[in-house]
Design a protein around this ligand. Structure first.
Ligand code: SAH
Ligand code: SF4
Ligand code: F3S
Length: 459
């Protein structure tokens, strides 16, 4: 089948539902990172084109899709639990179709487990097979055929339909896969090698998003700083940012994720010079100990990391800095953990995403000696939160009484009368305002600071 074959199967599905006069409903549930959120938007785009409507209630759905994540054990356990919970629903309604996709499903042992123990699942496939989903779905509906597919399509398929959120926020993938093989991480095994989209395709997509009124565009990739290395033409990530910055209109550009070994002064200079690029850098450091960084195969030192951050602060004094960190990597000593604490205090991050090391089958770290107990790891985790809380709060307090530009994302989860948005630095701001502001920018005076968010009033 040609890779654009999804169009044919979307048509077949559409005809099928038209001929039986049915408006089917799908529940699409997404776990994991923005990459998965973006893939789910394509899955929903294809379902929408095939005639599906959407719902959250599994009892009312004709199709349930779980788009899964494999990055930590906890994420995988939740998925198994949720697939198991569908069993009685499928028993009562055998016409219900169940598809499970995403990173977790690219692993051989997982597909085997689903095949043997979760026999009510109809379709299982990895992240590179999104374009084949309409075919699997059609064959399941029409012929009762089950699909378990782990093949990888390295080609980038452009132009698939996308059903984006309606709040003016858009994800744009610039590259797929990862070549870094950090020793703890499963991502390179489940998302394949680095593949960059052509700059022209990215710019065209961004231009049409801006034209359609999208205001907050986030560029996605596991390691965006190595964008373009696999393309002829010499366009690197900084060049791409500059080109996107040239698109006319009032919008913000952000990007995740950067890797310290590939984050260049050229990129930081470009950020500083481009007015639409948010002054926000998410630069995972993982550990403050050079011994641990080496064992993680991160290929930079704590000193190199700190000097990059110093350069970024020098060029953009108001930059918001966030990072990922792992505690309890196999063999991490107390003294090595203290190096992580030291680095956090030195850099003063605005926010930190802290993870306890989770063993991933098939990665090099999974066979490393790990004498540290779970209790010790938990203590280190708690300690790190104690360190970062006052730092985050202090950095938020710098915005007190200032008027900031906020992209309005929607209403607050806890209070429907309150709007919620993000600053350029990615900080959450709650404030009272008209719902017509959603999807656009507002200017808000900050009147209150909490550890993880801000509150204010429109001006
Ligand atoms: N490509 C991105 C994101 C990778 S996954 C990057 O390199 O930053 C997001 C975060 O999950 C990682 O930064 C890391 O901190 C964490 N992570 C990945 N594998 C993990 C594991 N096995 N155990 C605990 N945390 C992990
Ligand atoms: Fe995983 Fe490292 Fe690649 Fe990030 S850069 S996805 S942590 S292997
Ligand atoms: Fe999870 Fe895959 Fe993202 S493993 S973190 S959903 S790339």
């Amino acid at each position: 089948m040609s890779e654009a074959g999804y169009e044919r199967y979307i048509k077949l599905l559409k005809n099928h539902f038209a001929s039986c006069g049915k408006k089917p409903k799908a529940a699409v549930v997404t776990y994991g990172c923005q990459q998965n959120i973006s893939d789910s938007e394509i899955i929903k785009g294809m379902l929408d084109a095939a005639g599906y409507g959407f719902c959250d209630d599994y009892e009312k759905a004709d199709l349930v899709v779980f788009n899964t994540c494999a990055v930590r054990e906890h994420a995988e356990m939740r998925v198994y639990g949720n697939i198991g919970a569908l069993k009685p629903i499928k028993r009562a309604r055998p016409d219900l179709k169940i598809a499970v996709c995403g990173c977790m499903m690219q692993q051989e042992h997982v597909q085997k487990q689903i095949k043997e123990k979760y026999r009510h699942v109809d379709m299982v496939f990895g992240p590179s097979l999104v374009s084949r989903f309409p075919e699997m779905l059609y064959k399941s509906i029409e012929h009762g055929q089950k699909s378990f597919d782990r093949s990888e399509i390295p080609e980038i398929i452009e132009g698939m339909p996308v059903r984006r959120a309606e709040n003016g926020k858009a994800w744009v993938t610039v590259m797929y896969g990862c070549n870094n093989f950090c020793t703890y991480c499963i991502v390179p095994y489940v998302r394949g090698r680095e593949r960059s989209r052509k700059a022209e395709d990215i710019v065209n997509e961004a231009r049409s998003l801006v034209k359609d009124g999208f205001k907050d565009i986030t560029l996605l990739g596991q390691n965006v700083n190595s964008y373009g290395k696999d393309l002829a033409g010499g366009c690197d990530f900084a060049d791409l940012l500059r080109e996107l910055n040239g698109i006319e209109g009032d919008f913000w550009l952000r990007f995740v994720t950067s890797h310290p070994k590939d984050c260049t002064h050229k990129l930081l200079d470009t950020m500083a010079e481009c007015d639409k690029v948010c002054r926000q850098l998410h630069l995972p450091f993982q550990s403050g100990s050079d011994r641990v960084l080496d064992a993680m195969n991160r290929r930079y030192t704590a000193e190199k990391y700190v000097s990059l951050i110093d350069y970024a602060k020098e060029k953009m004094p108001d930059i918001a800095l966030t990072s990922d960190v792992i505690v309890g990597f196999p063999g991490e000593t107390e003294a090595e953990f203290e190096k992580t604490v030291e680095l956090v205090k030195r850099v003063e991050f605005d926010n930190l995403f802290t993870f306890i090391y989770s063993k991933r089958e098939g990665t090099p770290a999974a066979v490393m000696a790990d004498p540290v107990t779970d209790e010790q790891k938990q203590r280190r985790f708690d300690r790190l939160l104690e360190v970062i809380h006052p730092i985050s709060r202090k950095k938020n307090e710098r915005l007190l009484n200032k008027t900031v530009k906020v992209f309005v994302e929607g209403t607050s989860k806890t209070d429907k009368n309150v709007l919620t948005g993000k600053t350029e630095g990615g900080k959450t701001v709650d404030f009272k305002g008209e719902s017509s502001l959603i999807g656009g920018f507002a200017f808000v005076k900050i009147t209150e600071c909490k550890t993880w968010s801000l509150a204010g009033e429109t001006v």
